[in-house]
Design a protein around this ligand. Sequence first.
Ligand SMILES: Cc1cc2nc3c(=O)[nH]c(=O)nc-3n(C[C@H](O)[C@H](O)[C@H](O)COP(=O)(O)OP(=O)(O)OC[C@H]3O[C@@H](n4cnc5c(N)ncnc54)[C@H](O)[C@@H]3O)c2cc1C
Length: 315
Amino acid sequence: MKKVTVVGSGIVGLTSAILLQEAGFQVKIIAREKFDKTVSSKVGAIWFPFEILPKEKTNAWARMAYERYESEHTENNGLSFIPFITAYNAESNTDWTSQLPQGRVREAFSNELPDGMEKAFISIVPLAEPLKYLPNLFQQFLDNGGSFYQQEIISLSETSKLDKYVINCTGLGAKKLCQDNALHPMRGQILRCASLPLISFANTLNKGALSYVIQRSEDCIVGGTDYENDWNEEIDPKDTALILERLKLAGVKDKPEILEEIVGFRPRRNEVRFEFDPFYPNVFHNYGHGGAGFTVAWGCAIELADIMNQKGLSK
Ligand SMILES: Cc1cc2nc3c(=O)[nH]c(=O)nc-3n(C[C@H](O)[C@H](O)[C@H](O)COP(=O)(O)OP(=O)(O)OC[C@H]3O[C@@H](n4cnc5c(N)ncnc54)[C@H](O)[C@@H]3O)c2cc1C
């Protein structure tokens, strides 16, 4: 049987592994952290192409991912489709709205807008609750005959020796693994709160003043921060205060009940690295998905499986 090893068990590694299995590969995952300790396990996670490039590719991946979410949506797998209000202005790139199926997006009416928002779309988008969805994906991977090994890989040379073909899905870990200076953390501090009586929204128009709420089945995520190259893993009380202040400005007068404060690093890159390595040609890189790993991962995985087959790599 054709074999491949995936390094990384976040959303990008798990979706890549499953699509390769569907394409007929026997897949092994090696990762420093199991899925429940990854960045992917800590976040929203809603379908919205935030801080990810290049747009031509990421829009297509986002569309493919939307379709995959639709096809695998069941009662209890952590997936749902929810209304989401997203602010835009004259400078915004709104191409992503044309990736949605017909009837899933329209201009928001003024009485639907959170305070301070002048123009927005309201769309129906996938929400993947990581603590329910990732275990489900991991189980799918095992049920398809996959095996998992916990191990840190320290160099690209070591990566290339893991198998005949290796897919590098190490997220921000690729910075050290590949000595990649184009990759850096975008620090996100978020608050996991008791549910709020409002429709999920995001206002990403002002850099440094990100404001969003994602309603989930049992809680909601209130964000956030978007600080470039900030490696601070600690909760910063000043950021919590700023997040709450911006929530108030959006019209939520009562302070939400905070259940948990979380910090995570978005693997931000000038563009997603999606290519074979020039020096280790059996290694394919799939990392740097910024603030949109959940939004595009299935799309990348679909294209990856095609590449592995089309290039005659399936033998
Ligand atoms: C606060 C916040 C909110 C976000 N909200 C959203 C959202 O609403 N929607 C959305 O689409 N995206 C969102 N994102 C972005 C999304 O979380 C990321 O793009 C995504 O999690 C990246 O997934 P990944 O699998 O590439 O990386 P990770 O989840 O970081 O997984 C990397 C894997 O590689 C392994 N690894 C790393 N280095 C090595 C090594 N040297 N050897 C072996 N294994 C290694 C790790 O152990 C891990 O298993 C958010 C991010 C943050 C921080």
